[in-house]
Write a protein that binds this ligand. Sequence first.
Ligand SMILES: Nc1ncnc2c1ncn2[C@@H]1O[C@H](COP(=O)(O)OP(=O)(O)OP(=O)(O)O)[C@@H](O)[C@H]1O
Length: 614
Amino acid sequence: MSTHTEKLKTELNKQPQQNPENERFVYKDDDDIDKAFNWKQFARLFGYMKPYAKQFLPLIILMTILGTVTKLAVPYLTGVLAIDQAIRQSNLPLLYIVTASVLGLYVVQWAANVFRIKYTNIIGQRVIYDIRSSLFAHIQKLSFNFFDKRPAGSVLVRVTNDVNSLQDLFTNGAVNVLIDCVQLAGIMVILLLINWKLGLAVMITVPIMFFISTKLRQKIRIAWQDVRMKNSRINSHLNEAIQGIRVTQAYTQEQENMKFFDGMNTESRKSWDRASTMNQSFGPLIEITGGVGSMILFWYGAYLIQEGEVTIGLLVTFANYVGNFWDPINRLGQMYNQLLVAMASSERIFEFLDEKPSIDDKPDAKPLPKIKGDVNLEKVVFEYEPGRQALKGIDIEAKAGQSIALVGHTGSGKSTIINLLSRFYDVTQGTVKIDGIDVRDVKVESLRAQISIVLQDTFIFSGTIRDNIRFGRLDATDEEIEKVAEAVKAHDFIMSLPAGYDTEVEERGSALSMGQRQLLSFARALLADPRILILDEATASIDTETELRIQEALKVLLQGRTSFIVAHRLSTIRHADKIIVLDHGEIKEQGTHKELIRHGGIYNGLVEAQFRYL
Ligand SMILES: Nc1ncnc2c1ncn2[C@@H]1O[C@H](COP(=O)(O)OP(=O)(O)OP(=O)(O)O)[C@@H](O)[C@H]1O
């Protein structure tokens, strides 16, 4: 690599990652500035064209050849035939024939181009569709720990920007390379055939042109990649800023955020300036080299005319061919760089596609039969990160139909336990059994289908209220949906909305109150009719009246199911069959409300503390 490129890379790497004045947000850049060409990856990327190659590729190649041949025939017809034979020998009929032929060739060329563009666009769009679909399908399957490690913005950028950057390659790039190579080879052969001396003289400039094209373009590419990286950061930040807008406004941090954003925005602009300045220097350089080529052509051409070796018509033909010569060389350099950018994008896409879900079915996993609902945790140890135990040997026994309450200080491991029940994570040691079957031995889908979870921050998707309830079981009828809504006492509030069950709710259900969202999620869970139900802090931060309504709804929901309830409000778990008190990942006490109060331990302390503050 040239010293200039290295200098540029060093300079780019030296730039601060964020505005140094404000280091609250940290974004990891996953773009790689410069990488060697990877053939394996190239083959994998173009493998996406395979399903369509048979149908469209022969047509594209045919159109390409047709377009190129017709294009290359024109200079010969105009120079050698029209000038040398028709005009100079006053052969008017020949001139008419040549003119008509040229016109015909242009029409054929136009038609060939139209069809070529049509077919390449079809292939390109299908390939992009396939890549985007497989990426989304795969991301959906990835386990919680994948998302623990990555900000949502960076996942988003990969699915949008990186896939888009492949679009150019598949719709234009790949086929243009083919056209340019055919055209270049064709011109070289013709030039050498017409007059090899003049041909060779003109081609002296080819290596220079290639050099400029690839080397300078390489630097320009690095600079543009830097622009993309800066823009990715802006996108990541935008995503976070919009998600967190309520907190930002509540803490009046708009100015601070603006300052941070401004820093990123300035960096992006500077990076763009740098890349665009470099880009501008490219065109004139190519033109100068082209000019040198033309000078050689006319100087040496004139000499050969004097020597009687070359006619004027032939020189015009030559000039026309040479005029068509620089474009493909220029474009090939550009394509090469576009290919490298696409390779960097595809590398990141493949990195996601190759990420194996850490929770996956064993090869011999069987579907979990319809369960009764017995749940056993045996000597369960769990670490999110190696060496830091969130659970330190937990034993829990829940008989079918029992309700188990998990209480304890924040960070004591309550949510971790419920995450293990649905196998969102796998235990580090010990086992989680349902009806005596280890959850790792059955198909994940069949396990989760029989467990419903109601989280504190209920996620409402954009769509109607009805659709949101139906999320629990997609084949449910409208009557079934209304029945479960009535059962959990959500029907009345739904009917008071402008369009009842057909009211559109925005993403996250921001127009609904916390309690309403909770009732919707109860209805969703009841519709799924699971044997095991998990409620995470389901009744926190709700007023007493709503809480009473929710309590009523809960009774309906819990009937006949094994349930695990994580609740900070101890009044809501008073009737649980078993209360488990956790502390720093260990079970400290367990029993019914009465037993634990009588015992006078941690639970009793928690209850007393809560009533003291009421
Ligand atoms: N995704 C994660 N990655 C790493 N550590 C985690 C993760 N989630 C939780 N932890 C850690 O595991 C421990 C138990 O957390 P857990 O969420 O189970 O507590 P909790 O009892 O549910 O708390 P809270 O009542 O505040 O919800 C905590 O020390 C927490 O910091």
